[in-house]
Design a protein around this ligand. Structure first.
Ligand SMILES: *Cc1c(COP(=O)(O)O)cnc(C)c1O
Length: 406
């Protein structure tokens, strides 16, 4: 590395010796951020093309979200669900309405919301569908990413995420993503749900073939199983629509939301569904100390209000069209093998001869652009939806130059 970065090196070395190494971050230490830009401890600026895996759809410290959080900090922050609080009703009503659904079950992280969806589907299966006790099955897709709990990694196909964490939770059937015949064959009388990401983010922003989600909808409806859309990463504006399912005109039985729901300020997640489905819970059957707390509700309410304007979805669609147009040109030069995605979300496979996605990420970092590799030679581009077009153009220029340099 050309520049001297003494503070960066010290902080990284100290963090390395005092933390578990369950991540391999790029060697940059962020101190501040605003909008789509971050500043490191040396005062260097970086354009954020990861947006906290879509937790930062509205950018860093969006003024509306910060104002909502600050106002709530001065009123009440936590009650637990042992008592009612005055933000809860509005949060549930507004979020359900944004989703075109009826009821909300709030949690904190995405993984907790997925766990909640799994528990909901099983309860619903036993109580409503009449599946014999302990026989419920949930169909999931290979290459999925739904979080990191022991049950969720039980149905992961990523050895890194899964190996060493057994014994695994039974009750899941894994089918190839995008294969409707396999899905059809996997769903039987004991199937309580099909759980899918409408676009697989961690797998490299994989968009399923046209008609796949609609087929999943048709199969689950016909066989009396729930369709659960994990829109933790794909939802809330990322793809140019409020939900990625909308691109196929599909309405699932349940949305799993997280990431951007917390406005980049705190973890907020939820399962959103019909009253008939969420009614399976009774007091004591599920819960969370922090789920649905006043601060979370206040921030998420503002997130919902911002999405209601449609402005962020539109930005994502417009800038996304520009992004994908530019990436298609790069693909034509051969440096890029394949580009996938929708809206301001792209998985970019570079020519393996160029090296790993990690190498590309490191080279882009040197130029002030922060991206994250996924598997092998893939990087993902998912800037905050508030990014300026000029900034995005500049980042793409950096990518072009890095790839041209070989
Ligand atoms: C990130 C993610 C999760 C897990 O969310 P956490 O908040 O990290 O627990 C679940 N599903 C999808 C699709 C995700 O992208």
């Amino acid at each position: 590395m050309s520049q001297q970065r003494p503070l960066t090196d010290t902080l990284i070395a100290t963090a390395d010796s005092h933390s578990a190494h369950n991540y391999h971050p790029l060697p940059v230490v962020i101190a501040e951020a605003e909008g789509a830009w971050m500043t490191d401890v040396e005062g260097r600026r970086y354009l954020d093309l990861l947006a906290g895996y879509s937790a930062l759809n509205f950018g860093h410290r969006h003024p509306r979200l910060v104002a909502a959080a600050k106002a709530q900090l001065d009123r009440v922050t936590l009650t637990s669900r042992a008592f009612h609080h005055d933000r809860f009703a509005a949060f549930c009503t507004e979020l359900a309405e944004l989703c075109g659904m009826e009821a909300v079950l709030p949690m904190n992280t995405g993984a907790e919301a997925v766990e909640t969806a799994v528990k909901t589907a099983r309860l619903w299966g036993y109580r409503v569908k009449g599946v014999p006790a302990d026989e419920a099955r949930i169909v999931v897709a290979a290459g999925n990413f739904h979080g990191r709990t022991t049950t969720i990694v039980s149905f992961s196909t990523d050895p890194e995420a899964r190996e060493g964490f057994g014994p695994y939770t039974p009750g899941f059937d894994i089918v190839p993503y995008g294969d409707r015949a396999a899905l059809e064959a996997a769903v039987d009388d004991r199937t309580v749900a099909v759980l899918l990401e409408p676009i697989q983010g961690e797998a490299g922003v994989l968009v399923p073939p046209p008609g796949y989600l609609a087929a999943a909808r048709e199969i689950t409806a016909r066989r009396g199983a729930l369709l659960i859309a994990d829109e933790v990463q794909s939802g809330l504006g990322r793809t140019g629509r409020t939900f990625a399912c909308e691109h196929e005109g599909v309405v699932p039985d349940m949305y799993v939301l997280g990431k951007a729901l917390g406005g980049g300020i705190l973890p907020v997640s939820a399962v959103v569904s019909s009253r008939a489905v969420l009614e399976v819970f009774t007091p004591g059957s599920h819960g969370s100390t922090f789920g649905g707390n006043p601060l979370a509700c206040a921030v998420a309410l503002e997130v919902v209000a911002m999405l209601r304007t449609g402005e962020y979805q539109q930005r994502s669609a417009e800038l996304g069209a520009y992004l994908h147009g530019e990436l298609a040109e790069l693909a034509a030069t051969g440096a890029v093998r394949e580009v996938r995605g929708r809206g301001l979300w792209a998985g970019v496979d570079v020519d393996p001869a160029f090296g790993s996605g990690r190498r590309l990420s490191a080279l882009l970092m040197e130029r002030g652009v922060l991206v994250k590799d996924t598997h092998g030679s893939t990087i993902r581009i998912a800037p905050p939806l508030v990014i300026a077009k000029e900034d995005l153009a500049w980042a793409l220029q950096q990518l072009r130059e890095v790839l041209a340099a070989g």
